[in-house]
Design a protein around this ligand. Structure first.
Ligand code: MG
Length: 299
């Protein structure tokens, strides 16, 4: 195959991907109206005693064909078209309603509800009143709501958006930096943001940053040791700034042990549980499979 053919093939593939993305974007408003977006919940676990202390709400798109798309496959499209605003509102409403239901059944075990928020949503002029309205309507408590923004979205926040985050924090809502470590945080600026939690990107937890050569292990040091030091430094930084740390993508016993020794507060990942439908959350709370002694594989 000569170079030109290869480019033709590449163009054809890119064209197919563009067509598919366009078709998904075009179907999204109808899919939202028909209730094709479903919310699942992944446990947040306190590492010192492995108690479930919260959940992260994660949206999936259940296509009529039976295929299910993860957020990576459609949230960026929804951000481009603006549909993320009504979609985000629907997810937050459903998650608050579900959380209020768990709390009514189990008032002694309040769970923190963590929900992802896109930069586009924060830029909506009525975001604060909208969230206050959802909390009032569903009866969920602002102190038990955490909103996750990615590092790049948060670092780009200024003016009215920053004011909105401050107003939400003043209502008692927690703000978390999602995927911390994958962007370029301005540490001086971080101090001025209304942030309560750092969510350490999974690549640090699994060591992929080092395996993939994104970070170099210092000479004479095993990759694992260098990785430990990066994670330890982030946890220390969080301590200095008065923030709590959640580790994403905890998959093995060894990672859990390492994070616990380093003083990480909470974790989430397949080691504990995958995301589950709302009616399965109470069972995870009362009989956490990660404490049952069952092998981690297949969880
Ligand atoms: Mg998140």
């Amino acid at each position: 195959m000569d170079g030109r053919d290869r480019y033709a093939l590449f163009d054809a593939e890119r064209h197919r991907a563009d067509v598919r993305r366009f078709a998904l974007s075009a179907r999204m408003p109808e899919a939202l109206a028909r209730g094709e977006f479903v919310v699942e919940y992944q446990p947040l676990v306190r590492l010192c005693d492995q108690r479930m202390v919260g959940v992260e709400a994660l949206v999936r798109w259940q296509l009529p064909s039976g295929r299910r798309l993860g957020p990576d496959e459609f949230v960026p499209l929804a951000e481009q078209t603006g549909l993320i605003v009504p979609l985000g509102r629907a997810v937050l409403t459903e998650a608050c309603r579900a959380a209020a239901g768990w709390a009514a059944a189990d008032p002694d075990y309040p769970l923190l509800l963590s929900v992802n928020l896109a930069a586009r949503q924060v830029r909506e002029p009525d975001i604060v009143t909208e969230i206050a309205r959802i909390l009032a309507e569903t009866g969920w408590h602002p102190e038990l709501l955490q909103l996750e923004l990615t590092e790049s979205d948060l670092m780009g926040t200024s003016g009215e958006s920053l004011g909105a985050l401050r107003a939400l924090a003043a209502m008692g809502v927690r703000i978390a930096i999602d995927d911390f470590g994958t962007g370029y945080s301005n540490l001086a600026y971080l101090r001025h943001l209304p942030v309560h939690t750092l969510k350490l990107a999974g690549t640090f937890v699994t060591g992929a940053q080092l395996r993939d050569g994104l970070l170099a292990a210092p000479p004479g040091e095993a990759a694992d040791e260098a990785d430990n030091r990066v994670v330890a430094a982030v946890i220390q930084l969080a301590g200095v700034l008065g923030l709590s740390v959640t580790a994403e993508s905890v998959e093995t016993d060894a990672q859990l042990e390492r994070l616990r020794q380093l003083g990480c507060d909470t974790g989430q990942g397949w080691y504990f549980a995958r995301a589950v439908p709302s009616d399965e959350v109470p069972a995870l709370l009362h009989c956490p499979p990660w404490l049952s002694g069952a092998p981690a594989a297949g969880r």
